[in-house]
Ligand binder design. Structure first.
Ligand SMILES: CCCCC/C=C\C/C=C\CCCCCCCC(=O)SCCNC(=O)CCNC(=O)[C@H](O)C(C)(C)COP(=O)(O)OP(=O)(O)OC[C@H]1O[C@@H](n2cnc3c(N)ncnc32)[C@H](O)[C@@H]1OP(=O)(O)O
Ligand code: TJR
Length: 375
């Protein structure tokens, strides 16, 4: 084992990585709050500034994924389609089976220059999460309670607000609405049976309303739907903790570009269309489990050094300040101050542990566990 690999395995190094991410995240949240007075004066400038700030935080997690853990997403797609990536707005659909699917999604965004501006339809609970959730609020992510009657007004409004967004963006929907578990899958297949739909093996049955609303409200603004299918080689079950410990995973990412005009406008037809798309995605996953690859060529899109520089810059700067203060405190501070700085390290460890908990499938919500019952 090399020295670098050994260092990655040390708790103190992992704590440093988390410390840099968390503290820089809180500072970035603070800078985002400072943009508040700008919104009524120059909304487009405020949005652009928030994209930059969002990039500065999100790209740290991409750097940790790609440079620290050495995990690189292999992209399968048609080269003709890939010429459009990053140059147009799109509605993105992605399967929801893995604890680091959001990191792989961010990596894909970064490869095509849309990391700061991309959006998702996320459950409301995530908006309360310090650092990530607070950042998303300023990035105009759309949050939902997953109860249509309560969501419809703010959801439609949230998507319509993006009509005049000044940067290109991708709008991510994970139509299953929750992470894959055996129980949720079983229940959703009962629903499929009742609806006379073919059974899916690798996906929970998609909920269709959100997709229809997003597509209808982004017509004219978004040019395409990107149908994305993610899987990992060697039956890997990746975790955020694994990434922080420096484990290298092997994600494969298959993207199909579908012109948005080919999505039916009528709600029922759109729902049929989406179910058919999920049946195709399910077949891709089945083929992947047999062959270990997705159809189509691999498109080279190298990881960026910009994410690395940004991450090292933030972490180095914050650790320097922290060590400096710690040195001053130890040299001259009263015992109480020393204890306070130790408590800060402990708080970082606990805070990060709590945040990571949100990514763990074993702690997934009860959404979709009961038939026709949302929560
Ligand atoms: C890869 C590229 C990446 C690009 C990246 C871009 C941005 C990156 C930014 C951030 C990355 C971070 C990612 C974080 C992601 C966070 C993801 C989440 O939080 S997922 C949870 C929130 N999202 C969703 O829920 C979206 C999916 N849901 C919907 O869209 C729903 O339609 C809805 C809007 C929530 C409304 O749902 P509702 O159930 O009220 O209505 P529907 O008509 O859709 O469904 C009702 C229909 O479903 C049937 N039913 C009942 N029980 C079940 C069940 N258990 N399973 C399946 N179906 C069920 C029910 O019978 C109803 O049928 P019918 O209408 O016929 O009666
Ligand atoms: C690699 C980065 C390391 C940095 C230091 C560690 C900090 C921890 C980072 C935590 C980041 C948290 C981002 C949360 C995004 C999780 C998205 C998600 O997957 O949500 C689940 C919902 O979709 C469905 O919820 P369920 O109904 O399954 O319940």
């Amino acid at each position: 084992m090399g020295v670098v690999q050994w260092l990655k395995g040390q708790f103190v190094c992992q704590l440093m990585v988390c410390y840099g991410f968390l503290v820089s995240g809180l500072l970035i949240n603070l800078l985002q709050i400072c943009t508040l007075p700008l919104w009524p004066i120059n909304k487009q400038l405020a949005r652009r500034l928030n994209c930059k700030l969002g990039y500065s935080l999100t790209s740290q997690s991409v750097a940790i994924l790609e440079w620290w853990s050495g995990t690189e997403v292999t992209i399968y797609t048609d080269p003709e389609s890939s010429r459009h990536y990053g140059k147009e707005n799109a509605v993105v659909i992605l399967n929801h089976n893995f604890e680091i699917d959001f990191l792989c999604g961010w990596s894909f965004c970064d490869r095509f220059g849309l990391l700061g501006s991309s959006k998702c339809l996320a459950k409301k609970e995530l908006s309360y999460m310090p650092v990530i959730g607070w950042m998303w609020y300023f990035l105009e992510m759309v949050f939902i309670r997953r109860k249509w009657e309560e969501d419809k007004k703010s959801f439609v409004q949230g998507v319509q607000n993006l009509q005049d967004y000044p940067e290109n963006f991708w709008f991510l929907l994970q139509c299953e609405g929750t992470r894959f578990t055996a129980e949720k899958h079983r229940v959703s297949m009962e629903v499929a049976e009742k609806k006379g739909l073919p059974k899916l093996k690798h996906h929970i049955l998609p909920r269709t309303k959100g997709f229809w609303v997003a597509v209808q409200n982004l017509r004219g603004k978004a040019a395409a739907v990107y149908c994305c299918t993610l899987n990992f080689r060697n039956n890997e079950s990746p975790t955020v903790r694994g990434v922080i410990r420096g484990t290298t995973y092997h994600p494969d990412f298959y993207i199909r570009r579908i012109p948005l005009v080919s999505v039916p406008e009528d709600e029922t037809e759109c729902s049929v269309w989406l179910h058919k798309l999920y049946q195709e995605k399910d077949q891709f996953q089945e083929d992947y489990s047999q062959t270990g690859r997705f159809p189509g060529p691999i498109v080279a899109a190298p990881r960026s050094t910009k994410t690395l520089i940004n991450w090292l810059g933030w972490t180095g700067f914050l650790l320097f300040i922290h060590c400096y203060i710690l040195f001053q405190v130890v040299a001259s501070g009263p015992v109480l101050t020393i204890l306070a700085s130790l408590a800060l390290c402990f708080a970082v460890a606990v805070g990060v542990r709590w945040m990571i908990g949100h990514t763990e499938i074993r702690k997934s919500s009860k959404y979709g566990v009961q038939l026709n019952n949302n929560h």
